[in-house]
Design a protein around this ligand. Structure first.
Ligand SMILES: Nc1ncnc2c1ncn2[C@@H]1O[C@H](COP(=O)(O)OP(=O)(O)OP(=O)(O)O)[C@@H](O)[C@H]1O
Ligand SMILES: [Mg+2]
Length: 507
């Protein structure tokens, strides 16, 4: 086996009220892709932040090429050859792609010492080409989709030419081809002899791209080994201390009356001519590749965006949402995709985030007077989602939760509003396998209670496993509505890439 590039010994990190890492170790070798595996809140991102100088450890040592090192800040780590793509995007939305990529390591003209934007733009263009990304270096980051933003962040890590590249759930915002592009890059980094630390909740990715793995549970080291010598079941057992039953619940749909009719709904530049009927108790999957327009469709149904054409009927009455508040009052809930920007108030407590949609019921003259009711409410809905934080009593900011736990807060927030139509945009993104099963059960339970569910997911097995019917989109168009029991991964995918239509026109 190769010599260690980076070793972590007896590492501990304590936050007020929680031991995020408790005496863990990890060995990373050059030319190896190493998976760090663990449930939501296991301490993975905390370790990443220690390795990149964001957090100072409470205890323990790091050695790089046999020498003990310590980082005071992120620049130290960068100079030691360690870069990370963090779980939550950490870019500057108002700056251009080039400005973001060269942030912290600007190039200067050797003679004049002035910033050399021409070369930086050129280098950015090369990097983007290497990633096969069709993005103009001058585009402001805020104008990019979540997926593209993520790819730019990956390009930034590559521009630093580090010895250790850390990727904390890099694929959670990517699909299909983009994941393949990323894996191609991971493989070439490996061939160049770099060490890669790869974090993901998706087992197929771990088995495809990783050579070695280490498992943490509740901040503790559990074990490690070669990926080739292991299997999914064994790893899940290490992760959660038991195996899990079904990832998708056994559930017989009880389809009730029609609740929403969407006819020829269009939005200029985003999607065109979407038509479907949604029934009580039904789970309608919405599938398509990133950029197909799925999120835009549900945002329009929810009233955040305006439609340019088409009609909707909600519960027998014409429905023209005036905005999100209007839709909520009429019984629609939307759990958005981008939890950090749309789903959560990061600087607000965990409790208040969950009670936010029902806050008016808890207030008197604008002040929250019914604090006890609020606590009970939050307890009930938070427990249902198994949120792991430094205890509810410590009213921690949502910001301090692990990525997956933030996602659970967003879900918990909407359960309590007792919607008639529940729209979920990528609800299990970043959620560990055990909780994923719990979220699936929750969705099926909601449907059994008569709630109509629209489920957007980029994970095809999830769409196939959960939906009663599947609406497939391709580049803004609806290409099919399939009965889930007749659908296969291949048939859905064919409509998503629209090869069916192309075949038809060729014939
Ligand atoms: N800045 C912080 N302040 C307080 N607690 C924190 C902070 N950062 C993380 N934690 C806590 O440390 C624990 C580990 O969090 P971490 O983000 O490392 O988990 P993770 O393994 O990355 O999970 P996920 O898979 O959900 O991303 C969690 O309980 C989290 O709430
Ligand atoms: Mg994390």
């Amino acid at each position: 086996m190769q010599e260690a590039l980076l070793e972590v010994h007896n590492l501990t990190k304590v936050f007020p009220g929680i031991r995020a890492l408790d005496d863990v170790h990890l060995t990373l070798r050059s030319g190896e892709v190493h998976a760090l595996i663990g449930e939501n809140g296991a301490g993975k991102s905390t370790l990443v932040k220690i390795l990149t100088g964001v957090y100072i450890p409470t205890n323990g040592t790091l050695t790089l090429n046999g020498k003990e090192i310590s980082f005071k800040n992120a620049i130290d780590a960068q100079q030691a050859g360690i870069v990370a793509i963090h779980q939550e995007a950490s870019m500057f939305p108002e700056l251009s792609v080039t400005e973001n990529i060269f942030m912290g390591h600007h190039l200067r003209n050797p003679k004049t010492k002035k910033l050399d934007w021409k070369t930086m733009t050129e280098k950015t263009r090369e990097l983007l080409a290497r990633m096969q990304l069709d993005i103009n270096p001058d585009t402001l980051v805020k104008n990019l989709s979540v997926a593209k933003r993520h790819m730019v962040e990956i390009s930034k890590a590559l521009s630093l030419d580090a010895d250790l590249v850390i990727m904390d759930e890099p694929t959670s915002a990517l699909t299909g081809r983009e994941v393949e592009d990323l894996f191609r890059i991971v493989r070439s980094l490996k061939e160049e002899g770099k060490a890669i630390l790869f974090i993901s909740h998706k087992f197929e990715e771990i088995f495809e791209i990783c050579d070695y793995y280490t498992v943490f549970r509740d901040g503790q080291y559990i074990g490690e080994g070669k990926v080739a010598d292991s299997d999914e079941d064994a790893i899940i057992k290490m992760m959660i201390g038991r195996s899990i039953g079904h990832l998708y619940p056994e559930h017989t749909p009880k389809i009730g009356k029609e609740i929403l009719t969407v006819e020829h709904l269009s939005q200029l530049g985003a999607f065109k001519d979407i038509s479907f009927k949604l029934h009580e108790g039904e789970i309608l999957g919405l599938f398509g590749l990133v950029g197909a327009g799925r999120s835009e469709v549900v945002r329009t149904i929810f009233g955040i965006d305006k439609s340019s054409e088409g009609t909707m009927i909600l519960d027998g009455k014409a429905f023209k949402p005036k905005g999100a508040m209007d839709s909520m009052r009429r019984g629609i809930a939307l759990v958005p995709e981008d939890r950090q920007k749309q789903g959560l108030v990061l600087k607000m407590s965990l409790t208040r985030n969950i009670s936010l949609p029902v806050l008016t019921n808890l207030c008197w003259k604008g002040i929250v007077t019914r604090k006890k009711v609020e606590k009970e409410y939050v307890h009930e809905h938070g427990n249902q989602m198994e949120i792991k934080a430094a205890g509810y009593h410590v009213d921690v900011d949502a910001e301090t939760l692990s990525g997956g736990n933030q996602q659970k807060v967003v879900l918990a927030k909407w359960i309590g509003t007792k919607p008639k139509i529940l729209i979920l945009d990528e609800p299990t993104k970043g959620i560990d396998v055990a909780t994923k099963a719990a979220v699936h059960q929750f969705i099926a339970d909601m449907a059994d209670k008569g709630v109509a569910v629209i489920l957007i997911s980029s994970e095809l097995p999830e769409v196939l496993g959960m939906s009663d019917r599947i609406l497939v989109m391709h580049e803004g168009y609806q290409t099919a509505i399939l009965e889930a029991k007749d659908a296969t991964a291949e048939s859905v995918m064919r409509y998503a890439i629209a090869s069916v239509q192309r075949e038809a026109t060729n014939a």
